[in-house]
Design a protein around this ligand. Structure first.
Ligand code: PMP
Length: 306
């Protein structure tokens, strides 16, 4: 990943991809306090490339750094412009963007005081996160033996670097056991989210998703699905969900910037509904791709041209 042509925006400068480096004594590398975002840009219907919900992602980055008491030395506008510039500089159309804020290497010790806060933005082409086949057929998911963070341990509304050790452990366990992805439960046993996705179920025509008190990230794709459901005249209810509610649901799906809208066809080797992509999931998936690809004028304001 490090050895390729292209540019990465680092602290206000475009740096050659291979030279975009940090020191081994970087605070975030040792103690895991940092924040990041994940965005996608799409080639839209009019032939231009646009970043999906750029402003909302930048806002969440600033919220994450606020929660982690990191003062970003850039304005929201500068961060937005940096993201547009990275896509342009690398001549990308459809791509994934990764902004990351980290604490520098001026001093070590748990207290980060006295360190500089840094920001970088990289972008690269990235296809379907859980596979093209998964998008059509649905994926196989395992309930993790790892518990999702309690809301008062690491802050779950921050997209914090440290939260992802939990995600990595859960994902590795699931993949090693032959599944595609992990589903994590909160510390009281209710469904929280996937390792890198929000989760939804469909039962008797109503859509349910865990409310954020289960420790799930306030996903921007999750929010997009709220809008889509409303447009389709479907009721959507955030609530506490048990894993067996997923076993007996008609349909289930994951959402996320990387995962987009991915159907879930099995949980813990139990088939969900017909065991393939359900009709409500398919409709939501279709509406999602219409929006991100610029085929729904109603949501044109969610697409920022690069
Ligand atoms: N939960 C976790 C743990 C994630 O990493 C992600 C991906 N950012 C999501 C949910 C979905 O969030 P979004 O739709 O904003 O990408």
């Amino acid at each position: 990943m490090a050895d390729r042509d292209g540019k990465i925006w680092m602290d206000g400068q475009m740096v050659d991809w291979r030279d975009a480096k940090v020191h081994v004594l970087t605070h975030t590398l040792h103690y895991g306090c940092g924040a990041f975002e994940g965005l996608r840009a799409y080639k839209t219907a009019d032939g231009t490339t646009a970043i999906f919900r750029l402003h909302e992602h930048t806002e969440r980055l600033f919220n994450s750094t606020k929660i982690l008491r990191m003062q970003l030395p850039f304005s929201r506008d500068e961060v937005n412009q940096a993201q547009r510039a990275v896509v342009r500089e690398n001549r990308l159309d459809a791509c994934y963007l990764r902004p990351l804020a980290w604490i520098g290497s001026q001093k070590l010790g748990v207290s980060p005081k006295g360190n500089q806060i840094h920001l970088m933005v990289a972008a690269w082409a990235w296809g379907a996160y859980l596979g093209e086949e998964g998008m059509r057929r649905g994926i196989r998911v395992k309930t993790s033996s790892y518990t999702r963070h309690h809301v008062n341990i690491t802050m779950t509304q921050a997209k914090a670097v440290s939260n992802y050790t939990n995600s990595i452990l859960a994902n590795m366990e699931a993949v090693d056991d032959g599944y595609d992805e992990a589903l994590l439960l909160d510390s009281t046993g209710f469904v929280s989210e996937g390792a890198g996705e929000n989760v939804f179920v469909v039962k008797d025509g109503v859509i349910y998703t865990p409310d954020l008190s289960a420790g799930a990230l306030n996903g921007i794709t999750r929010n997009t699905v709220f809008h889509i459901a409303k447009d389709l005249g479907l009721e959507i209810v955030p609530k506490r969900i048990t894993r067996d509610e997923i076993y007996i649901a008609d349909e289930a799906f994951f959402t996320g910037t990387a995962a987009e809208v991915t159907p879930i066809r099995e949980l813990d080797r139990i088939e969900i509904g017909s065991g393939s992509r359900g009709p409500v999931t398919e409709k939501i998936q279709g509406a999602f791709f219409d929006i991100v690809n610029g085929r729904n004028a109603h949501y044109a304001h969610w697409l920022t041209k690069v």
